[in-house]
Design a protein around this ligand. Structure first.
Ligand code: FES
Length: 231
């Protein structure tokens, strides 16, 4: 077995996430355009972190985004229920003129960058128009969870944004709530038993305690109006 990577996140049984390797941690805010549609990610304050730190997964810490052992006080139960099938096989594939859009709906973090100008599922059918194509590339690239992945048909290459290995603490002021942990740049996530999840450039981990697709976010933070007090 190969050595674990220096940066990784390990899910603790009915407890927090253990971030290993000094992974940079900063607020990432979903910022709207004039029409109040999700449009930009804006980085906010960064948190001083050591080589290892614990991030709240139950949503109850009084010291968010860090764990303060509240999961013990509230008896948090957070079994990992997410599918282990390759994301490619969990996805629907929508064929457009220049790109194929892969959509793994169960990973949706409800960031809504896919909504502007008529939603990406309609726009994909018009990617022979350069303006629409640029919009589709932008919208897919802003999806934090990697629910939406584009492949360019001419090259067969997936179109991924360049993201530094880091964790974003997501804030969504338009909805008036806080969101998941945005794991960026190919940081490995491991199950409580050490089994790695599929390595991805972007994924989102639940930190509100309400997802039914643990450890991944499924957008439930919006319906429970999760608040971390940092936004
Ligand atoms: S943070 Fe999104 S479902 Fe928990």
């Amino acid at each position: 077995m190969s050595d674990p990577p220096s940066m990784r996140i390990v899910v603790q049984r009915h407890g927090p996430y253990r971030a290993v390797g000094g992974i940079p941690l900063a607020v990432q805010t979903i910022t709207p355009n004039a029409r109040k549609e999700s449009w930009e990610w804006v980085e906010g304050r960064s948190f001083p972190v050591g080589k290892e730190y614990l991030l709240c997964r139950c949503g109850q810490s009084q010291n968010k985004p860090f764990c303060d052992d509240s999961h013990l006080r509230v008896g948090f139960v957070g079994p990992e229920t997410a599918s282990r099938r390759p994301i490619e096989r969990q996805s629907e594939h929508l064929d457009g003129p220049t790109h194929v859009l892969s959509d793994a709906e169960n990973l949706c973090a409800f960031a809504r960058f896919c909504d502007p100008e008529g939603k990406i599922w309609s726009l994909i059918e018009r990617t022979d128009d350069p303006r629409v194509r640029a919009l589709v590339v932008r919208e897919a690239a802003h999806c934090p969870s990697g629910r939406l992945v584009l492949r360019e048909k001419a090259t067969g290459q997936t179109v991924e944004p360049t993201l530094p290995p880091s964790i974003g603490v997501v804030e969504d002021p338009t909805l008036g709530c806080s969101g998941p942990l945005w794991v960026r740049g190919g940081v490995r996530v491991e199950s409580e038993n050490g089994t790695p999840y599929e390595l991805r450039n972007r994924l989102t981990l639940c930190r509100c305690g309400s997802s039914t697709n643990m450890p991944f976010c499924n957008g439930s933070h919006a319906s429970v109006q999760f608040q971390d007090g940092l936004g």
